[in-house]
Design a protein around this ligand. Structure first.
Ligand SMILES: [Zn+2]
Length: 480
């Protein structure tokens, strides 16, 4: 698979460090609803994971939940947004965090995003965070101010590399762009707090440490959590382009300073989602959630299809028209699947059709494996749909043709996650189940009937597929 790497600014062949691909994704900050712009990042990381799984890689995917310490502004000033939300909602910070985490996971489910292997709350990893801070302290990277413990970014060689800048260039550009509010006393504008002190009266979300009572900074939680579950050096880190300049740069600085090892091989960043050509912002009142889209008749799958219709490294523009088009196109695909899966009279496979299906399917996956080019992959799928429609109007599809088409569609959906199988009346079968059916056939050919029986049971239990051996070989059907 080829992937664009922000670190090298090149598309590169992906090679995993070990047999299991390890991916980390910056998760949600749970003091409010996730908006559709946030959700784009999770669709992208899930699609990447699915493509790797389709290539038969085992994937370990870790995502954090920022339930503490995400501050107002890009810098380290201001009040924790979680505490602000708790006050305005008359709840404890813990209640607010848990409620928004729950809502976030519901959104993930609606978008058919596979649950990461590990979802790690920052508040459950304070000891690991403090161990990392101690390491950085012992190595002389930290200094104390009256607001907290800060990381001296000038001490990390290569600070700015992810943004393609030198340390001085990055500092100058931040000063010029006034992107960061500078806490008084910091040595460099890029310095950031790894530990923030809390006022004495603060009772919630505070921890004792040898530095003083307080709570961790945002950046340090991602370094500590990724290290805990993926080790010092792992394969892929995902997130939005808005994290390149500061958050991800800081993660690299902390992790590599502490371990002396390379942190991440591939940095994969998705572009912004705009609304009617403008950046989403509270002041413009153009922040939408999945629920908001639902009120205008756009389903979660429709929104997901819209996201997949653009390349993840392109800025996308969300408009009512673009969403309605996506919804309409997706419904057309569902309709096609329903029609084809219900069609088919007994007969042979049409060899020419088989070739067309295989070609479209191969094209689809080679586009997906080429830096996740979802728009091109989707057009390969639409080419298949058109070819089938042309053929179906002149001659009838056999049951085997129909199964062939549906299997290809469902296999493509294993990376899209658009629930095609739900719309396939009878003839679809998951690629993993197909693999078992083939393995079982091999076992039978080698007269390993014990293994064949075991696979038959596995098919029934895991996939609800009943296999029976007929005179022309095994036939399968869905258990009802
Ligand atoms: Zn992060």
């Amino acid at each position: 698979m080829k992937l664009y790497n922000t670190l090298t600014r090149k598309k590169m062949e992906f090679k995993p460090i070990s047999s299991e691909v390890r991916i980390y994704s910056c998760g949600p900050t749970v003091y409010g609803n996730a908006h559709v712009g946030n959700l784009r990042a999770y669709i992208v990381s899930d699609t990447l994971k699915r493509v790797l799984q389709h290539l038969s890689y085992k994937v370990r995917h870790v995502m954090n939940v920022t339930d503490v310490g995400h501050l107002v502004g890009d810098g380290s000033l201001g009040e924790d947004k979680l505490k602000q939300a708790a006050r305005s909602e008359h709840k404890s910070a813990k209640q607010v965090a848990e409620e928004y985490e729950r809502l976030f996971l519901i959104d993930m489910k609606k978008l058919n995003i596979e649950r990461p292997s590990v979802i790690a709350r920052a508040t459950a990893h304070i000891p690991q965070i403090l161990v990392l801070i101690d390491k950085l302290d012992a190595l002389g990277y930290l200094y104390k101010l009256n607001t907290g413990i800060y990381f001296d970014t000038s001490k990390f060689k290569g600070y700015g590399e992810l943004a393609g800048m030198s340390f001085e260039q990055l500092n100058d550009s931040l000063i010029a762009g006034a992107r960061v509010e500078r806490p008084s006393g910091t040595r460099n504008i890029t310095d950031f707090a790894v530990w923030r002190f809390s006022p004495k009266e603060e009772k919630e979300m505070v921890w004792e440490s040898r530095y003083g009572r307080g709570f961790p900074g945002w950046h340090i939680e991602c370094s500590a959590i990724s290290m805990e579950y993926l080790g010092n050096h792992f394969d892929i880190h995902t997130g939005g382009v808005d994290h390149i300049m500061i958050h991800h740069q800081n993660e690299i600085a902390q992790s590599e300073s502490a371990t002396g090892e390379k942190f991440v091989n591939f940095w994969v960043h998705n572009e912004f989602l705009k609304v009617n050509g403008r950046k989403m912002s509270k002041s413009l009142h153009n922040i939408y959630t999945l629920e908001d889209l639902g009120k205008s008749g756009i389903s979660p799958e429709g929104y997901k299809y819209f996201v997949l219709s653009g390349h993840y490294r392109s800025i996308m523009n969300l408009t009512t028209e673009s969403l309605q088009n996506a919804e309409k196109t997706l419904n057309g695909i569902y309709n096609f699947i329903e029609r084809v899966s219900a069609a088919g009279t007994e007969g042979r496979i049409d060899k020419a059709l088989e070739k067309e299906v295989n070609t479209a399917r191969d094209r689809f996956f080679s586009w997906m494996e080429n830096d996740m080019n979802t728009p091109e992959a989707l057009s390969s799928m639409h080419a298949l749909i058109s070819a089938v429609n042309r053929r179906a109007s002149s001659s009838r599809l056999s049951d085997k043709d129909s199964a062939l088409i549906i299997n290809a569609m469902v296999e493509m959906d294993s990376v899209l996650g658009l629930s095609f199988e739900k719309h396939a009346a009878i003839k679809s079968i998951a690629p993993a189940a197909m693999k078992l059916i083939n393995e079982r056939e091999d076992a039978r050919a080698q007269k390993d009937f014990k293994k064949a029986d075991r696979l038959r049971n596995e098919l029934a239990e895991s996939f609800g597929i009943i296999v029976e051996d007929g005179k022309d070989g095994p036939v399968w059907r869905r258990a009802t």
